[in-house]
Design a protein around this ligand. Structure first.
Ligand code: ATP
Length: 529
């Protein structure tokens, strides 16, 4: 096209050219700002930039400010190369450009002939026949020195207009480079996190040696307890549902807590629900929550225990007491990992590890129709049976001393041990209330102790094993004591239940409320049975 000679037309022509340039610069900046991956960056360079700047190769190099080496972040003719190779910043090439505010133009052929220590990538570019190049130092970006190199087949390809365009987009280059580096770092951290979480050896939790305070607060060195610790360690790091069986007071809650502490969600919550202590009509709302106005009295939204335990652990204690109707709902939650608040229209996803515990024989409950077999199988994925205290007599003295120290400290006493006679009686006693009963007895003994040793401890006669009831142990009991022992025995027989069809009150032919007040009068507490 013929160039205008009229001065006004020349100026108008230049202004239009500049306007076109500005539009191009803006569109390149926009494309660069939208590049979220190296592939997208590659498309901006190979399509948009190459078309307007006519280069044959394009290199983006960077070095951290304090470092004496630089790396190539991107090269048009080798976009996939990411070998983290470094080059000296003092190679007479990078530094020449990085320390110059102007665009540096160089003759590649002459450069490769003159210097033999120039970086290898320049040699390979030279062999492709690209004659000359330019280097531009980009604006500083958070401690990173960035240099852009463009290589051309002939010397006339890089024009003043090209230079203006490159200068116009230079800042955006540095910003895009920083964003891409941050994304790379984020993705590599994420990949490392996923790898750590899914590597079986790393999932394995180191075996914790027994310390004075026991295994995560559980005291006991017997073979039976060692097996329990082993099971805890095996299952803790998985997401498996655990079902803990054991008589009352054997420490089921402690086991659940140890599993949670050793799990991958130990920094999340463990939410405990005692299925026996919540009135039947409130259990559903307790577990799954309710919406405002869902039923009379529902004046506020209630977040259920499952929602509270999201991403953590839920401990369903005394699961055997869960009413049949709710067993079906619980099963659905376990299968679908979704809950619905009462009165709610939406289902909510919950990611919860379930640990359940019971002192009932669930198989028997299933046979007798009180527990759904499908729920039983769903819960019984990894059963842990806790031994009764009488079945691990070697732990009794250890536990006794542990509680003695605990309660002596708590009550400001200086009791240091038990007499041999008390140890013998403790070891021989049947402990129907297991560790809880032992703890209560020791606490009482500590409170009443007048010397440094506990020399006397009276055990309910009814639970003494035959061999230990010697002639000398016999003494006349008061009627109150007999009544207390009898009630304890019946309550124990009923698995701790007072009211209801299987409760002790029915067997004793008493109204539940009368039995409860009698027990209070006689000083019978939950810990005794
Ligand atoms: N091995 C143990 N080491 C230390 N303390 C224990 C041990 N076992 C139980 N205890 C203590 O005994 C008490 C009863 O334990 P826990 O509540 O865990 O028993 P449980 O089996 O869940 O009883 P329940 O079936 O009646 O709910 C708690 O105070 C607990 O800390």
């Amino acid at each position: 096209m013929e160039k205008p000679t009229d001065p006004t037309a020349v100026i108008m022509n230049r202004l239009q050219e500049r306007e076109r340039e500005q539009i191009l610069i803006l569109s390149i900046c926009k494309a660069l700002s939208e590049a979220e991956t190296k592939e997208e960056f590659h498309f901006v360079v190979s399509d948009l930039l190459k078309e307007h700047l006519s280069f044959e190769d394009f290199i983006f190099a960077f070095s951290n400010e304090a470092e004496t080496a630089y790396e190539i972040f991107y090269q048009l003719t080798a976009p996939k190369t990411q070998d983290n190779k470094t080059y000296s910043t003092a190679d007479g090439f990078f530094d020449a450009c990085a320390n110059n505010a102007d665009t540096v133009i160089f003759d590649l052929k002459a450069l490769t002939e003159r210097k033999n220590n120039i970086p290898d990538y320049l040699h390979s570019i030279n062999t492709k026949g690209f004659k000359n190049g330019i280097g531009i130092c980009l604006p500083y970006s958070k401690g990173s020195r960035n240099v852009l190199f463009l290589f051309f087949r002939n010397t006339t390809a890089f024009t003043r207009e090209s230079n203006r365009i490159i200068r116009g987009i230079a800042t955006q280059f540095s910003i895009t480079f920083r964003n891409l580096k941050m994304t790379e770092r984020y993705e590599s951290n994420l990949a490392e996190l996923i790898r750590l979480k899914s590597t079986p050896e790393l999932k394995k939790v180191p075996v914790k040696k027994e310390e004075p305070q026991g295994f995560y607060g559980i005291v006991g060195k017997s073979e039976a307890m060692q097996q329990v610790y082993e099971l805890i360690q095996q299952v803790a790091a998985s997401y498996s549902t655990v079902l803990i069986f054991g008589e009352t007071g054997t420490g089921k809650e402690l086991i659940a807590s140890a599993i949670h502490q050793l799990s991958l969600v130990s920094n999340e919550k463990i939410v405990r629900v005692n299925c026996a202590s919540i009135p039947e009509n409130l259990i559903e709302s307790e577990l799954f929550g309710h919406e405002k106005g869902a039923f009379t009295g529902a004046t506020e939204v209630r977040i259920g225990k499952f929602e509270q335990a999201h991403n953590g652990t839920i401990f369903l204690d005394e699961i055997g007491e869960l009413p049949l109707e709710l067993q079906g709902k619980l099963l659905r939650v376990l299968q679908e990992k979704e809950i619905e608040r009462i009165g709610g229209k939406n289902t909510l996803k919950v990611n919860v590890r379930v640990i359940a515990a019971t002192n009932r024989l669930l198989e028997k409950e299933v046979v007798e129709g009180r527990f759904r077999s499908d729920l039983y199988y769903r819960l019984n994925v990894f059963p842990i049976a806790l031994p009764a205290l009488r079945d691990r007599p070697e732990d009794i003295e250890l536990l006794g001393n542990f509680f003695l120290e605990k309660h002596s400290q708590k009550n400001g006493k200086k009791v240091k041990g038990f007499s041999k006679k008390v140890i013998n009686s403790m070891t021989a006693y049947a402990w129907p209330g297991n560790v809880r009963e032992l703890e209560n007895m020791v606490e009482r003994g500590t409170l009443f102790a007048k010397e440094e040793m506990i020399k006397e401890m009276s055990f309910p006669e009814i639970f003494k094993t035959e061999s230990t009831i010697s002639e000398t142990d016999f003494y006349i009991k008061t009627l109150q004591e007999v009544e207390k022992e009898h009630i304890l025995k019946v309550v124990q027989k009923c698995g701790g239940r007072i009211s209801g069809p299987q409760g002790a009150a029915v067997l004793l032919d008493l109204p539940g409320t009368t039995l409860i007040s009698k027990m209070q009068k006689l000083g019978i507490k939950k810990g005794h049975f």
